[in-house]
Design a protein around this ligand. Sequence first.
Ligand code: HEM
Length: 110
Amino acid sequence: MAHRVTGVLIFFFLFVHVLDTALVRVSPEAYDDVVATYKTPIVALLEYGLVAAILFHALNGLRVVAVDFWSKGPRYQKQMLWTVMGIWIVLMAGALYPVLGHAARVLFGS
Ligand code: HEM
C-alpha cells in the first residue's frame, strides 16, 4: 500500500514538474515567480516529503524485486523490510540539513 501511494505521489510530482519547467518558454516572468515560491519553508517541507517518498519507493522497490526474483526472497522479506526501514531512516536523517537547512535559517535565523 505504501509502495503504491509513494509511486503515485512521485508520478504526480513529475507531472507538475514538467508543467512548471515548461512555463519558462511560455512566460519567463511567471516561471521566475513560481520558482521564487519554492524557496519558502512550506515547500521545503514538501520537498522533504518528496525525498521520503522517493527513497522509500526506491528501496522498497528493490525489496519487491528481491522477493519476486530471488529464490530465498519470500523467506527473508520481513528482514529485508526492516533493513529498508533502517537505511531509509539513516538517509532521511542525512537529508535533514541539505533539504531543510535553508528553511531553518529563514525561520530561526542563522
Ligand atoms: C528508484 C527507482 C524505482 C524502483 C526500484 C521502483 C520499483 C518498483 C516496483 C518493483 C514496483 C512494483 C511493485 C509491486 O509489484 O508490488 C513499482 C511500482 C510502481 N512504481 Fe516504482 N520504482 C522506481 C521508481 C518509480 C518512479 C520514478 C515512479 C513514478 C514516476 C514510480 C511509480 C510507480 C507506480 C505508480 C507503481 C505502481 C504501484 C502499484 O500499483 O502498487 N516508480 N515500482
